[in-house]
Design a protein around this ligand. Structure first.
Ligand code: 13P
Length: 338
């Protein structure tokens, strides 16, 4: 393991005022996003859309430290023949790769999932390293409901995350470890806090057991929020305080950075929450973003698959990237949304 190389990548991923663009939607997920705007999902339309994002200089150069790609995108070329990963590198950002095989039903545990993809991962990581990937992502899904999550679900998912992280570091790729506690459900914010704490505690126990070098990892968690169907929704300040309280108890100081997922929050909520946490400050790790939907919803609905809308869609993406870059420094204000 080249610890220095891993640490340098992890530090660059959370450079001041920068965060990650999660553009690693699987073929099935991007089809759903395109269905919403009546665009057919083909290899070319996916390429055109993502090329548009990666060519948004104002966003990429100033606010996006890295982009998580799906396998297809890491191998794709822009319309002019430039590899898309090269476009990202040319903008001073880093290409990363989603390597998990998706969350599948956990046998014997109705309503729970376990993420697959460890078989053959060593060989895939070696290939991805050759294709220029600097970091990787593996997402575990933890649902909250009556009696859920089970101990079996937390153990299986955090064990897989640790095995994945160790393989990544062997390949000189920084692992983003993502234990996502899903916000869908009627649970309270206190219940989200409890489950997030349990997941993070187990995750760091498993990472320690597999001798993962924490300084060469990045954590991608959910925030501590109310279930979407819960009657009372925690406000911005409460989400910020409960999330930080939870993380201070569960996330070792050796971790260089925490980049949140947006998980279905509105664009502005995702920004406001991140900003509120950074305004509180005094934290041992950098706190930034690794948003998928909260960065892409605006450019997607502006683009609509029409080349004539590219400049406006790029402006919409650049705006969200800038707002989140400010939030990563605790320097955002709602009035800036215009
Ligand atoms: P969202 O920000 O849309 O939750 O996506 C981030 C991500 O990569 C989930 O794995």
């Amino acid at each position: 393991m080249n610890k220095q190389a891993l640490e340098a990548i992890a530090q660059a991923m959370v450079a001041e005022g920068k965060g990650i663009l999660a553009a690693d939607e699987s073929t099935g997920t991007i089809k759903k996003r395109f269905d919403n705007i009546n665009v057919e999902s083909t290899a070319d339309s996916r390429r055109d859309y993502r090329e548009m994002l990666f060519r948004t200089e104002a966003a990429m150069r100033e606010h996006i430290s890295g982009v998580i790609l799906f396998d297809e995108t890491l191998r794709q070329k822009a319309a002019d023949g430039t590899p898309l990963a090269q476009l990202i590198a040319d903008a001073g950002s880093m290409p990363g790769i989603k390597v998990d095989g998706g969350a599948k039903d956990l046998a014997g545990h109705a309503g729970e999932m376990v993420t697959e993809g460890l078989d053959g991962l060593r060989e895939r990581l070696a290939e991805y390293h050759g294709l220029g990937a600097k970091f990787a992502k593996w997402r575990a899904v933890i649902n909250i409901a009556d009696g859920i999550p089970s101990a079996a679900c937390l153990t299986a998912n955090t064990h897989a995350l640790a095995r994945y992280a160790s393989l990544c570091q062997e390949a000189e790729i920084v692992p983003i470890v993502e234990p996502e506690v899903i916000m869908d459900g009627s649970h309270s914010v206190e219940r989200c806090y409890e489950v997030t704490s349990a997941a993070l505690t187990q995750l760091y126990a498993q990472l320690a057991e597999q001798d993962v070098h924490l300084e060469g990892t990045i954590l991608k968690p959910n925030m501590v929020v109310s279930g979407t169907a819960h009657a009372e929704q925690a406000g911005v300040q409460q989400v910020a305080e409960m999330t930080l309280d939870c993380f201070k108890k569960c996330v070792p100081e050796a971790v260089p950075g925490i980049v949140f997922l947006s998980g279905g929050q509105s664009d502005e909520d995702a920004t406001a929450h991140l900003d509120a946490m950074n305004k509180i400050g005094g934290l041992p790790w950098k706190l930034s973003f690794s948003y998928g939907r909260a960065l892409q919803a605006a450019p997607l609905k502006t683009w609509l698959g029409d080349a004539g809308n590219v400049a406006d869609a790029q402006a919409a993406f650049a705006h969200r990237a800038k707002m989140n870059g400010l939030a990563a420094q605790g320097a955002w204000d709602a009035a800036m949304e215009g």
